[in-house]
Ligand binder design. Structure first.
Ligand code: ATP
Length: 253
């Protein structure tokens, strides 16, 4: 039995006369990794930020865990974790101090070292965010989404700019978070990321959902139309070469 944890109906967002989101509807199931996939400017971040209560909508309805966005945004805030851009972290605090700061805002007790352990950053506990590598920064910002023990976390392009090892490591981390029962919504414009991570994806283009299914289901739908991919002549690609030569382990530590 699938439970719907987020339901979006006819969501519209206009910026002045520009329609960024043009009446989209979708449901996210409890415990899944749901992807919003689309090119730059498709409206992914706008949609996410509306659900996160951080941006106003023009019209439509949004329900999160049974709470109506219009009436109970504070209840929604309590059960979600939102990934902040790492540039937004207070610069003079180290990682442990930042975690305690956030925990205080949420009125929560937290074992900061255990949280850092869960994202493989224990040895950076005393470091400041600016001293971290790109992958470490992303892992830290994902850790901060978990501080209030949320039912749902939102990740906006979490692997942009990372090397292949760091991306795969982050994918494992995201799957690990989901395996503990947390629902994950992710935006990405990387197809391999969506294919590897997402149970279902909505493909968004110019403010509309043009397809919604599991990655496999979407591929089957395309093949059923008679689409045929030009035959791959090689048994590996350049990323396989790179990963085989440089290994799968993280380099940044
Ligand atoms: N505050 C704003 N004022 C006016 N237009 C905006 C504003 N925020 C976003 N837009 C426009 O709305 C459209 C959708 O933007 P959005 O950031 O949601 O896209 P996106 O799919 O997340 O793209 P990206 O992959 O580049 O992050 C874009 O054309 C963008 O220029």
């Amino acid at each position: 039995m699938v439970n719907t944890i987020i339901s979006v109906q006819d969501l519209v967002k206009n910026y002045g006369s520009f329609e960024a989101v043009k009446g989209i509807s979708f449901a996210v199931y409890e415990g899944e990794i749901f992807g919003l996939l689309g090119p730059n400017g498709a409206g992914k971040s706008t949609t996410l930020e509306i659900i996160e209560t951080l941006r106003t909508k023009t019209s439509g309805s949004v329900m999160v865990n049974g709470f109506d966005l219009d009436n109970e945004p504070h209840e929604i805030k309590k059960i979600i974790g939102v990934q902040l851009q790492t540039s937004g972290f207070y610069p003079n605090l180290n990682l442990v101090q930042l975690i305690h700061l956030f925990a205080g805002l949420y009125n929560r007790e937290i074992d900061a070292m255990a949280l850092l352990d869960s994202v493989n950053l224990r040895d950076k506990a005393k470091a400041k965010v600016k001293e971290l590598s790109g992958g470490q920064k992303q892992r830290f910002s994902i850790a901060t989404t978990l501080i209030n023990d949320p039912k749902i976390i939102f990740l906006d392009e979490p692997t942009t700019g990372l090397d292949p090892q760091a991306r795969r490591n982050l994918w494992d981390l995201i799957r690990d978070i989901r395996s503990k029962g947390t629902t994950v919504i992710i935006t990405t414009h990387y197809m391999d990321e969506a294919e590897y991570l997402c149970d279902r994806v909505a493909i968004v283009d110019s403010g509309k959902i043009v397809a919604l299914n599991s990655p496999d289901g979407l591929i089957d739908e395309l093949v059923a139309t008679g689409f045929e991919r030009p035959k791959e002549v090689k048994q590996a690609n350049l990323e396989d070469v790179f990963i085989t030569l440089t290994g799968k382990s993280l380099r940044e530590n």
